[in-house]
Write a protein that binds this ligand. Structure first.
Ligand code: HEM
Length: 195
């Protein structure tokens, strides 16, 4: 792992609280979204393809959020003023998340950071990492609905690396499975025991 100066990026922080989700539950979740070794391999290839294109991916995602006031609101003060520093700092962690999604082993450390990212969308930890005065909580419905734009918009970038259709499709499906699985993990603190 490479050291990082990205503010608030805690994947490698050994003090990170463990996830309440067990590795066994993670394995069952992987099986449920049909995530296997071929998907891991496809994501490693996706990392190579996306390398050098991450800022463009983020431009698309931020353009999407920025053009929807009901979404931009979660990066804004309670009276609706977007917070530039907050957008920038989250963007830097988002860039690392793309790489993490493609390259990290989905193990206990990854689960712990998944839990941290989940909580950062909820009243328990939102705004704290960056010390900002923004709205306290992101509704679960938007996390779930985000699976579509975060997945659909990645496809042209995966296709830009000169791989054949079958390889692009494999990378795309692996990405789709991983994002679905991560949002499923992130729904745990929202759902509590119903998870
Ligand atoms: C934080 C991804 C849904 C708003 C983050 C981070 C990532 C991420 C990687 C940085 C985590 C970190 O701090 O290390 C995603 C994914 C989503 C999703 C994959 C669903 C597929 C949403 C939605 C919104 C949103 C629907 C609301 C428009 C935010 C905000 C933060 C954040 C405001 C900063 C939280 C804080 O204060 O620490 N997200 N996100 N996210 N996301 Fe999301």
């Amino acid at each position: 792992t490479t050291p990082t100066t990205t503010p608030g990026y805690d994947h490698d922080d050994p003090a990170l609280a463990p996830s309440p989700i067990t590795p066994v539950d993670l394995d069952l979740l992987k099986a449920t979204v049909l995530f296997g070794p071929d998907d891991e391999a496809a994501l490693r290839t996706a990392a190579e393809v996306l390398d050098g294109r991450i800022e463009q991916v983020l431009d698309v995602w931020y353009g999407f959020v920025g053009s929807h006031p009901h979404l931009l609101a979660y990066f804004s003060t309670p009276d609706g003023e977007p917070i530039g520093d907050y957008l920038d700092r989250v963007r830097a962690r988002f860039a690392l998340w793309i790489v993490d999604t493609c390259t990290r082993p989905y193990d206990e450390r990854w689960l712990a950071y998944q839990n941290e990212m989940a909580l950062r969308h909820t009243a328990e930890k939102k705004n704290k990492t960056d010390g900002v005065d923004s709205v306290p909580h992101i509704p679960l419905r938007y996390l779930v609905a985000f699976i579509y734009p975060i997945t659909a918009t990645i496809r042209p970038f995966l296709a830009a690396g000169g791989h054949d259709d079958e390889q692009v499709e494999a990378m795309f499906q692996a990405w789709f499975k991983s994002v679905t699985m991560q949002v499923t993990l992130w729904s745990q603190p929202y759902a509590g025991t119903a998870w």
